[in-house]
Design a protein around this ligand. Structure first.
Ligand SMILES: Nc1nc2c(ncn2[C@@H]2O[C@H](COP(=O)(O)OP(=O)(O)OP(=O)(O)O)[C@@H](O)[C@H]2O)c(=O)[nH]1
Ligand SMILES: [Zn+2]
Length: 204
């Protein structure tokens, strides 16, 4: 599917480094996504890239229920250290089910459901995300070959299916704490995520 994207760009100086920020509006869905770029991302070699799904609770509020906040900050730090890279910030809250449904899923998890079954109890897919727009954003940025920071093989397969070359998977295992261990284990055991060490020491 071809994506029609409206774009706006500015500099964004952050605690991690001075990025170029691009907003991309998907004219079909109306969703507004973001890309933070450091250095020249439009020419070889493959660009260190994080494709991050929105998590208001983890990214902004410091929730301990997941690993999203530490992953986002870890990715920005890794890109700053390398001096070159891209963070795509995709508006796919709750693995694509939206904020209210994610809150409903969290309420079910309070009663004992795991992250997968909670979505199913709501009659929703375990993962409703699509990465076509992310591939279109990368193509717009000229980054057709990337080193993807992820533990989720589906992200790699989907980007490849949309024409992006994955030169390398870079594991991003940060943020295990005493509250999210079961959630991370469910991702590893039931959702196919690649965790090298299931019991890493808490780093938060
Ligand atoms: N529905 C639902 N969404 C969640 C839950 N916990 C985190 N999320 C969302 O999950 C998304 C992040 O997906 P993850 O499965 O943590 O990781 P990933 O992005 O698939 O893989 P990585 O690249 O390795 O981080 C974000 O959109 C979060 O809002 C949950 O319990 N239920
Ligand atoms: Zn999260």
């Amino acid at each position: 599917m071809a994506f029609s994207l409206e774009r706006a760009s500015c500099r964004l100086n952050t605690a991690y480094g001075d990025f170029q920020m691009h907003g991309f509006k998907d004219l079909a869905s109306g969703l507004e996504h973001a890309a933070l770029c450091l250095g020249d991302v439009a020419s070889p070699p493959p660009v260190l890239t994080r494709m991050h799904s929105e998590c208001l609770t983890g990214d902004a509020f410091g929730s301990c229920h997941c690993d999203c906040g530490p992953q986002l900050r870890g990715a920005l730090q890794a890109i700053a250290k390398e001096g070159r890279g891209i963070v795509l910030y995709l508006r796919q809250e709750g693995r694509g089910i939206g904020l209210l449904n994610k809150i409903r899923a969290y309420a079910l998890q309070e009663q004992g459901a795991d992250t997968l079954d909670a979505n199913r109890l709501l009659g929703l897919p375990a993962d409703a995300r699509d990465y076509g727009v992310a591939a279109a954003m990368l193509a717009e940025l000229g980054a057709n070959s990337i080193r993807l920071m992820t533990n989720n093989p589906t992200k790699m397969e989907s980007l490849q299916a949309h024409g992006i070359q994955i030169a390398e998977r870079v594991p991003l295992q940060v943020g295990r704490n005493r509250r999210n261990g079961a959630y991370l284990d469910t991702k590893a055991h039931r959702m196919g995520h690649l965790f090298d060490v299931l019991r890493e020491p808490s780093d938060e």
